[in-house]
Design a binder for this molecule. Structure first.
Ligand code: PLP
Length: 357
């Protein structure tokens, strides 16, 4: 079966196989990783290797702390203002869809938020021209969502913010292609798309931005505390961290983010090309800003959605139903989705359109 779920998403088959083999006895210790003390030499090695592999994959320098936190990407919607507002009076946010809006709503609980650009006027089908962004050169930071998982709207550039730290929710695009991480003050990614199990959230933060948390910031959301304790201030999500490490090793074996980027671009292009040449399927996003990871599409007649999904399920093409807020279909084609899965989907879509279109 091919799982097109937006998250938790499919993991590489070989990672799951390895996890199964090591489940009861990790390398002769007689213990599952789940049963190990997070302070044990064995687990510390697993944790350090995962961080090192992530740094190598993404090209993250020592100027940045890599944190393995909990509470999903949503916990960061509050952690970011609590840690980064400092003595500044406001932060800039770009609204490109549902996940940006959630980040904005949460940040408003802690400070003054300026929405400096919004994709709303285009029906969230295009990114507003940067020349029109009303940015504040004195903002604490600028937050944006490089890939909107639900709408399928993805930036094809990194915004230039001068000395204002750039903060990005990379939950659904992290490690999908090469990216210059030195351009960012902070990035975060819920793990359940390209990294590992849900709950874990990876935060990569420039070290000069640490130590500015508000006094009332919960200790568990204080980046300085988490960094000082090697992400082990409390008991970390050890098994998720271990699985993330296996995914990073798998990614390195695939040729890293460069190779992954080429494959992802090809997978996405195939699917969009097919949609564009069909008069039965449609995707509303301006081609330049189409997501490589999440491909929403509609059928010519919504009344056929149920039959489309039933036929897809029967062929092992799972979880193609679009998000409840937008309807239609969505194919999430993260790193672990093989190209053969995209081919099988296109084959089925063509067949369905021919029969029912
Ligand atoms: N941000 C983006 C872009 C997402 O896609 C998601 C989840 O799908 C989230 C944030 C929320 O992540 P979590 O459920 O881990 O809190």
């Amino acid at each position: 079966a091919y799982n097109f779920c937006a998250g938790p998403a499919t993991l590489p088959e070989s990672v799951l196989q390895q996890a199964r083999e090591e489940m009861l006895d990790w390398r002769g210790t007689g213990m599952s990783v789940m049963e190990m003390s997070h302070r044990s030499d064995e687990f510390v090695e697993i944790a350090e290797n995962a961080e090192q592999d992530l740094r190598e994959l993404a090209g993250i320098s020592d100027d940045y702390a890599v944190l393995f936190m909990q509470g999903g990407a949503s916990s960061q919607f509050s952690a970011i203002p609590l840690n980064l507002l400092g003595d500044k009076s406001s932060a800039d946010y770009v609204n490109t869809g549902i996940w940006s809006k959630k980040a904005i709503a949460e940040a408003k609980r802690f400070g003054d938020v300026q929405v400096v650009a919004s994709a709303e006027a285009s029906g969230f089908a295009s990114i507003p021209d940067v020349a029109d962004w009303q940015t504040n050169p004195d903002a604490a930071y600028l937050h944006y969502t490089p890939n909107e998982t639900i709408g399928g709207l993805e930036f094809d550039f990194i915004p230039e913010t001068g000395s204002v730290p750039l903060v990005a929710d990379m939950s659904s695009t992290m490690l999908s292609r090469p990216m210059d991480f030195s351009r960012f003050g902070l990035i975060y990614a819920g793990a359940q798309k390209n990294i590992g199990p849900s709950g874990l959230v990876v935060v990569i933060v420039r070290k000069d931005l640490l130590g500015k948390a508000r006094k009332e910031a919960p200790t568990m959301l204080n980046y300085q505390v988490i960094a000082d304790n090697g992400s082990m201030y409390n008991t970390p999500a050890t098994y998720s961290w271990y699985l993330a490490g296996l995914v990073f090793k798998w990614l390195k074996a695939q040729g890293g983010v460069e190779a992954m980027g080429r494959i992802n671009e090809r997978k996405a292009r195939k699917l969009y090309d097919f949609i564009d040449t069909s008069d039965f399927y449609a995707n509303p996003i301006e081609p330049r800003f189409r997501s490589w990871m999440n491909v929403p599409f509609t059928l010519a007649d919504d009344a056929l959605n149920g039959d489309f999904l039933k036929g897809a399920d029967a062929r092992g093409l799972l979880n193609l139903k679009g998000h409840r807020s937008v309807g239609g279909m969505r194919a999430s084609i993260y790193n672990a989705m093989p190209e053969a899965g995209v081919d099988a989907l296109i084959h089925y879509m063509a067949e369905f359109a021919k029969e029912r279109g």
